[in-house]
Design a protein around this ligand. Structure first.
Ligand code: C5P
Length: 315
């Protein structure tokens, strides 16, 4: 039986700015998203049954219909009932390499891979924008995860404009294994503290998105100016997450003392990422920071910026 194997990269946010409230209860965001080479491997195949079955090597990943990858398969069944009854159920196997509940879009990228994989398995011929439209109903980060690379994301995060690819930039990811941050909590707390600053006029919101698009960070990205990119990293959610999780704030400071290009929290955290000029700088920084903090709960990964989203790979 035919099967597909897909690589699903994690993402970091080079810029995450909360600019307003939305009638749907979400926030208006302006983000610059970046795929990294640390990713999950997703295998999709027809199982000759009716049901969707999920398998994963990571004990913390739920295997039922609460998993976004499961929801993605069910969404495809609902959207394409003829193909679904012709092709039958789907087995999804997730090889988890991306830390869970970490602000790295691990669940969203798995769901993105399922959409891309089912499109191939059922020979639906859907385009990337069509898949992204389905993805947006599953989660705000899913559309970006499909196309990946470097991109500006606005609206809920689902409106994607590609930016020039970055090259030769190394990324250290660091996370305390036992820490996780609830994304709804982070946004809710932000709203409680900062909604008085929100823009409410749609033109003002659009103007802010344009300012970022024509601003210094996008310029630095188009020039692949690593030093400048590192200096301009920004994440509004740090304002609520770092005071509540002082260990994460200390981790950022530890990386900054090692003269990395820049270091911030990714998404709603608690993963932090440090940009490095070279592989050797990344390796050295990991050994220095882990020696300084000396806590077995701290895990670090060295990865690179990645110019693509979901990709098929050899089985
Ligand atoms: O879209 P997703 O399910 O990934 O979002 C997770 C949570 O993050 C939402 O339930 C919401 O609390 C918050 N969020 C938000 N505004 C966005 C994206 C996410 O408030 N644009």
């Amino acid at each position: 039986m035919q099967s597909y194997c897909l690589f699903a990269p994690a993402k970091i946010n080079l810029h995450l700015e909360i600019i307003g409230d939305r009638p749907d209860g979400y926030h208006e965001l302006v983000m610059i998203m970046q795929s990294v080479s640390l990713g999950d491997i997703i295998r999709i195949r027809a199982n000759g049954r009716e049901e969707i079955r999920l398998f994963c090597n990571h004990p913390q990943v739920p295997l039922d219909d609460t998993n976004l990858a499961y929801k993605a398969a069910r969404k495809m069944q609902q959207e394409y009932p003829n193909a679904s009854s012709r092709e039958g159920g789907i087995d999804i196997t997730i090889e988890k390499n991306i830390p869970v509940a970490a602000g790295l879009a691990g669940g969203s990228t798995d769901a993105a891979a399922v959409l891309v994989g089912v499109n191939l398995l059922w020979k639906l011929g859907l385009t990337v924008p069509e898949l992204q439209q389905i993805g947006a109903t599953l989660g705000s980060d899913v559309p970006f995860c499909i196309s990946g690379g470097t991109a500006l994301a606005t609206g809920r995060g689902e409106k994607i404009e590609p930016l020039p690819d970055l090259q030769n930039l190394w990324v250290v990811l660091a996370k305390y294994e036992s820490l996780s941050v609830s994304t709804p909590w982070a946004y809710k707390t932000y709203r409680e503290r900062y909604s008085h600053q929100y823009l409410s006029n749609p033109e003002d919101i659009q103007r802010r998105a344009h300012q970022i698009h024509s601003g210094d960070l996008v310029k630095a990205i188009s020039q692949n100016n690593a030093r400048q990119i590192g200096a301009l990293l920004y994440n509004d959610l740090e304002k609520v997450v770092l005071p509540a999780y002082p260990a994460v704030a200390e981790l950022i400071e530890a990386f900054k003392r090692k003269n990395v290009l820049g270091c911030i929290m990714s998404g709603s955290g608690p993963t932090v990422f440090a940009l490095c000029e070279s592989q050797s700088q990344g390796e050295e920084v990991i050994s220095q920071v882990t020696a300084e903090i000396d806590n077995p709960d701290l895990h670090c990964w060295l990865t690179q910026v990645c110019p693509h989203g979901i990709m098929t790979v050899e089985n």
